[in-house]
Design a protein around this ligand. Structure first.
Ligand code: HEC
Ligand code: HEC
Length: 547
């Protein structure tokens, strides 16, 4: 109870200005500050919340901030951060705002470590979307990003290497940073060191089937970050080859379980532990050596910001179909579609009331065998085991639980690392809460090993492509028999298709070919609703648009 009250208190702070007044909520159609003409949809956030949520750092330290500002692309004089380049990689470009003084794209953050300012990625880089329609660009908070994560990392490494190796490039870079004399050679050495560090990480996460735009194997990369990188055991490497769509975050903080496989209980300190895990994987640091963990592990995590970010997402609401942009919906069809939904979908996909600020939602876990979608994400999670190295002999929940032997389930090592980092949380109540929580996590996984979760479908119109692996381009295809769904299509366009309800699938300026015949990419399964007749499908689609 005490803990619930603390979380609620944190949630309320986010909705007030410094002088204690509630901040006005953004209305549909209002321009995005710094968004070069993009508009907002009403999602329960104020402008202040949006600007903070986009740029708050959780402690991600990718590259010195000033370096990123001056870095050039590997193959030209153009800046790496130039709008055209960032946009080609799928980021949402921005001009300066209060929390983003240098006009970095959405989700690029600034974190200060002593005297050094670092640039990194925040939640919003992977959890902000945009849907365009005939020249109107609609920004979606908590929406699915379409970034090419691996492409971004690869180009950053190439840019650093080119800067160290090409005299003219290096000269321009060193001059821009004001490095002269001995500082120049130091700078070059530091660039080489960072390029090597990032390259080692990039290789650790190498896969044969590219993720393309809009996907990342977050779990696979987190497993490697802890089991290979932090523990220093190269043999623990597993290819993170089950990329998933960036899930939408509206409603997520209200669900009882999160992650595509429903493996993360979401009450009490659950979100804190999940966010710590993410922060560690997204260029955070954790210091295991020299610490037995009893007083926790030192990390780069910014706990204050994590708490604020958590409260922002708690306030977030799904975007509603914007009739002013996409046209009106047909009320009669919606009514007929609602009946079909009640009969065929509601059993798994609960409805969510966006006006209930404290809504409590239930994800419904569906056995893999029932839903029949690609098994790789679930299997990789369950099959990953690793040598425990420095963790051997330590307790699973650091202060409690069984002691690790020489091998463990990789997910248990992640929980250990996250609890270890959380034991440095400034609040005693949080430190107390995390210690026993590993039992809750274990029980959740044991009860439902190979499952995917079905969640409420609020705002589903705005989160194509569909299914956990993004293998179905639009809702019309999801209602088509699996064997008849397209076997390949392009991902990367943001242009909306209001009839099929999804994004355009032709190759445009951005585009990666999604081949459903590749491992991890299967578009099979979820045959629900596929035997309805054409008229019923149109009615159901109309209803889905209205959610
Ligand atoms: C580098 C990209 C990236 C960043 C940064 C990131 N996430 Fe995620 N997030 C993902 C991916 C990918 C998943 C899906 C993981 C899975 O289920 O396999 C995910 C899942 C989630 C989920 C579960 C949603 C659901 O319904 O299952 C939540 C909640 C979440 N992230 C919140 C956050 C928060 C809060 C932050 C910042 C502290 C953050 N994420 C930062 C990529 C990212
Ligand atoms: C037996 C449970 C079950 C039923 C019934 C069901 N679904 Fe699902 N649904 C799921 C599961 C589980 C997933 C996630 C599967 C995955 O991602 O691999 C899902 C995913 C989806 C998604 C994709 C969500 C996303 O974010 O990409 C949509 C859309 C969807 N369902 C719509 C429907 C509709 C419409 C119906 C009714 C015709 C329906 N579902 C019936 C279990 C169900």
């Amino acid at each position: 109870m005490r803990l619930t009250r603390i979380f609620t208190a944190v949630a309320l702070v986010g909705a007030l200005t410094a002088c204690g007044k509630p901040m006005p909520i953004i209305a549909t159609g209002q321009p995005v500050p710094g968004g070069a003409g993009a508009i907002n949809l009403e999602q329960g956030w104020s402008r202040e919340t949006q600007d903070r949520a986009w740029f708050a750092s959780f402690g991600s330290r990718l590259i010195p901030y000033a370096w990123l500002q001056h870095l050039e692309r590997p193959d030209s004089h153009e800046r790496f951060l130039a709008d055209a380049n960032m946009s080609a990689l799928g980021f949402l470009v921005q001009t300066p705002t209060a929390n983003n003084p240098d006009g970095f794209p959405v989700g690029f953050t600034r974190d200060v470590d002593g005297k050094q300012a670092w640039a990194g990625l925040g939640c919003a880089a992977c959890h902000t979307g945009e849907v365009d329609f005939r020249g109107t660009r609609m920004r979606l908070d908590g929406g699915q990003a379409l970034i090419d994560f691996n492409g971004f990392e690869a180009m950053l490494i190439d840019s650093l290497s080119a800067t160290a190796n090409d005299e003219d490039k290096f000269d321009r870079f060193a001059t821009a940073l004001g490095a002269a004399g001995a500082a120049r050679q130091n700078l070059r050495n530091e660039i080489v060191a960072l390029a090597q560090k990032l390259d080692a990480r990039h290789r650790m996460n190498q896969v044969t089937v590219p993720y393309g735009y809009g996907r990342l194997d977050a779990f696979g990369q987190i497993f490697n970050a802890v089991a290979v990188d932090f523990l220093g055991i190269p043999a623990n490497r597993r290819a993170p080859d089950a990329p998933v769509s960036f899930p939408v975050l509206w409603d997520a903080p209200h669900l009882d379980l999160v992650q595509w496989n429903g493996s993360a209980p979401n009450a009490g300190p659950g979100p804190l532990l999940q966010n710590i895990t993410t922060a560690l994987a997204v260029y955070g640091s954790l210091d295991i050596s020299g610490h037995d963990g009893k007083a926790g592990y030192p990390s780069s995590i910014d706990f204050d910001h994590l708490g604020q970010i958590q409260s922002y997402f708690y306030q977030l609401k799904a975007p509603q179909w914007p009739t002013a942009v996409l046209g009106p919906l047909d009320a009669q069809r919606i009514a007929r579609g609602a009946t079909i939904y009640q009969q065929q979908c509601l059993g798994c996909h609960q409805l969510s009331n966006r006006d209930d600020a404290k809504r409590q939602l239930k994800a419904s876990l569906t056995p893999l065998a029932t839903v029949g979608t690609d098994p790789m994400m679930v299997r990789n999670f369950l099959d990953a085991k690793a040598d425990t190295g420095a963790f051997a002999g330590r307790r699973e929940a650091v202060l409690l639980g069984d002691k690790f032997g020489s091998q463990a389930q990789t997910s248990d090592l992640i929980v250990h690392a996250a609890i270890g980092a959380a034991l440095r949380h400034p609040m005693q109540t949080m430190r107390d809460a995390v210690t026993g929580y590993h039992k809750v996590i274990k029980a959740a996984i044991d009860a439902h090993p190979d499952y995917y979760k079905a969640r409420p479908l609020s705002g589903i119109w705005a989160s194509a492509p569909y299914l956990h692996n993004g293998s179905v381009p639009n809702l019309a295809e999801l209602l088509t028999a699996p064997a008849q769904r397209p076997s390949s299509f392009y991902v990367g366009s943001r242009e909306f298709d209001p009839d099929a309800v999804g994004l355009q699938t032709v190759q445009g300026t951005r585009g990666s070919l999604f081949d459903t015949r590749q491992p991890g990419n299967s578009n099979a399964g979820h045959a629900f609703g596929t035997t309805l007749d054409a008229q019923q499908k149109r009615d159901l689609l109309e209803y889905l648009k209205s959610l």
